[in-house]
Design a protein around this ligand. Structure first.
Ligand SMILES: C[S@@+](CC[C@H](N)C(=O)[O-])C[C@H]1O[C@@H](n2cnc3c(N)ncnc32)[C@H](O)[C@@H]1O
Length: 526
């Protein structure tokens, strides 16, 4: 099988175009609230799940830092107005470099630098917590090398009004909790306070309208001179159970019922109809298919397809082609695997691959990232489609993560799926961002302009092409590490990294190469 390519030609990367057809209505002014879009920086930004959630909450994400050039390029594609720094935060990235990026990103977002008070409203980010499991004695002795402390350093130096640090729940467990405790104490010493007694909160994306069970730890800090402490967000929906046959919905909740797996993907066409998707990431749909999708789309899918307006979405509208199905390169399985996938019941794990078969009426299990080339390129397990004998496509996974259909991932299935598994689900990022917009007492104006997405070539760059694109220093990008080069270096970017109980046997078996992911594998954790 050839590597996925794009047929369409390149587009200009940054262009703001007026388009009254797709522009959103202006947000009404609210009494006692200033009308402006607050300014945010996203550190460890990946492809931009958190960036998108913050933008939907009303922020302009003016700068983003990501050291993997493939992810940085995908971020640049989706957020052409953001200044993307492809840099290692621990190099260390200087606060002045970040401030210069903020100014550059404010200009492309059309902020008037002459009236800017010089304040950054929010620094957000999900620094991987490297933990103790593989790093060895050197870092146990020198916790300051941990990326979470570089996050603290940049917050202390730039001094944003608020900060949000996202991590995996394992950060509050076992040996890692001492890092968390130390970090919280240092944020307090640096002049930040927290909303809760426990200082951190573990939030489930499913409580915020994402059809996926996904728990993440959040630290939401408020600078001591700010009048209002940013609160932790409250649930917006009552999630359906992961396996409705085992657990019923509670009847005492007044919240609306959240979306199911089928609400998220039920309108997407059967990929087997498109031979082109064996080699390409995208296919042009007929008008008839688009109409059938529109008719089948749930309320959740209609918002992700931008059929319906979402009054709580303050993001800049993007120009995109809704007749193009993207992120949908097919995975072709052996007849044996197909038989096993078919025989597996909804809500059960297929015993050989250990892939979880989704229940259409339930929630998706946590989508995981696997590990990057610097940590051995471990492939993450993908759930099995509820009605078809194959694993999910990246678009289906993106839908289950609350990414809108205009948002694109790297064209290579492995990179693309990893970008989803690593990402904060945008709807969860939006809910967290909204609490800060509320604390700032702002009404973010909704853009009257449509932003054109970046050059499609950004989505098919190899690691070395992407490094060259950013003019990045090869010494600071994630180095390729071959299997077994670092004993025990088996964790994913975040998930396993902070779980001290994780062993090689718990983790996905490694594929021969990133592209060879469709082959049969040893048991994996799901
Ligand atoms: C959990 S992911 C963040 C995902 C992102 N918040 C989102 O919502 O899409 C962590 C990211 O940090 C990046 N990263 C790891 N070490 C880094 C470093 N030293 N400097 C900059 N980025 C780093 C990884 O490549 C990865 O994309």
């Amino acid at each position: 099988m050839g590597s996925p390519r794009f047929a369409s030609g390149p587009r200009t990367s940054v262009r703001r175009v007026s388009d009254t057809q797709t522009a959103r209505p202006e947000s009404p002014e609210e009494p006692g609230k200033e009308t402006r879009r607050p300014v945010a920086v996203d550190l460890f930004a990946g492809a931009g799940g958190l960036s998108l959630g913050l933008e939907q909450a009303g922020f302009d994400v003016v700068a983003a830092v990501e050291y993997d050039p493939v992810h940085a390029a995908t971020h640049e594609f989706n957020f052409p107005l953001t200044k993307v720094l492809c840099a290692d935060v621990s190099a260390p990235l200087a606060a002045e470099t970040l401030r210069a990026a903020v100014r550059a990103g404010m200009e492309t977002h059309a902020h008037d630098l002459d009236v800017w008070d010089g304040e950054v409203d929010l620094i957000a980010g999900g620094p991987p917590c490297q933990g103790f499991s593989w790093i060895g004695k050197r870092l146990i002795d020198d916790k300051r090398n941990q990326l979470v402390f570089h996050f603290l350093r940049l917050v202390s130096e730039v001094r944003p009004r608020y900060f949000v640090m996202e991590n995996v729940p394992g950060m509050a467990k076992g040996g890692h909790s001492s890092i968390l405790g130390e970090l919280i104490a240092e944020f307090e010493d640096a002049g930040y306070r927290f909303p809760d007694e426990s200082k951190y909160r573990i939030l489930n994306a499913a409580d915020f309208g994402v059809p996926q069970e996904r728990h993440r730890l959040f630290l939401i800090g408020t600078r001591e001179d700010q009048e209002t402490t940013a609160a932790s967000p409250s649930a917006t929906v009552q999630p359906v159970p992961k396996r409705p046959s085992l657990k019923k919905l509670a009847t005492d909740s007044t919240l609306p019922i959240g979306p199911s797996v089928w609400d998220a993907i039920g309108d997407l066409p059967n990929l087997n109809r498109y031979p082109r998707l064996r080699d390409f990431d995208e296919v042009k749909l007929s008008n008839h298919t688009v109409a059938a999708m529109d008719a089948a789309a749930s309320e959740y899918a209609r918002r992700l397809r931008r059929i319906d307006d979402d009054p709580k979405d303050f993001s800049h509208p993007r120009s995109w082609d809704r007749t193009l199905l993207t992120g949908s390169t097919r995975t072709v399985h052996t007849p044996k695997s197909v038989g096993r996938f078919r025989a597996t019941k909804h809500g059960h794990t297929e015993p050989v691959s250990r892939f979880y078969k989704l229940d259409p009426a339930g929630l998706c299990n946590t989508l995981r990232a696997g590990s990057g080339s610097e940590r051995g390129a471990f492939t993450s397990p993908r759930p099995i489609h509820p009605n078809l004998p194959r694993v999910l496509s990246n678009r289906e996974a993106a839908r289950l993560h609350s990414f809108p259909d205009w948002f694109r991932l790297h064209a290579t299935k492995w990179h693309g799926f990893r970008q989803i598994g690593n990402a904060v689900a945008p709807l969860l990022g939006r809910a967290v961002g909204r609490t800060i917009v509320d604390a700032l007492a702002l009404t973010p104006p909704v853009s009257a302009e449509v932003v054109e997405l970046g050059d499609l070539k950004l989505l098919e760059l190899t690691m070395s092409q992407a490094t060259a694109h950013f003019g990045a220093d090869e010494a600071y990008i994630p180095a390729k590490r071959t299997r077994g080069a670092v004993p025990g270096a088996v964790q994913t970017d975040q998930e396993a990294a902070v779980d001290p109980t994780t062993t090689a046997a718990d983790l996905p078996a490694q594929t021969e190469s990133a592209e060879a992911e469709d082959s049969e594998r040893e048991p994996v954790e799901v």
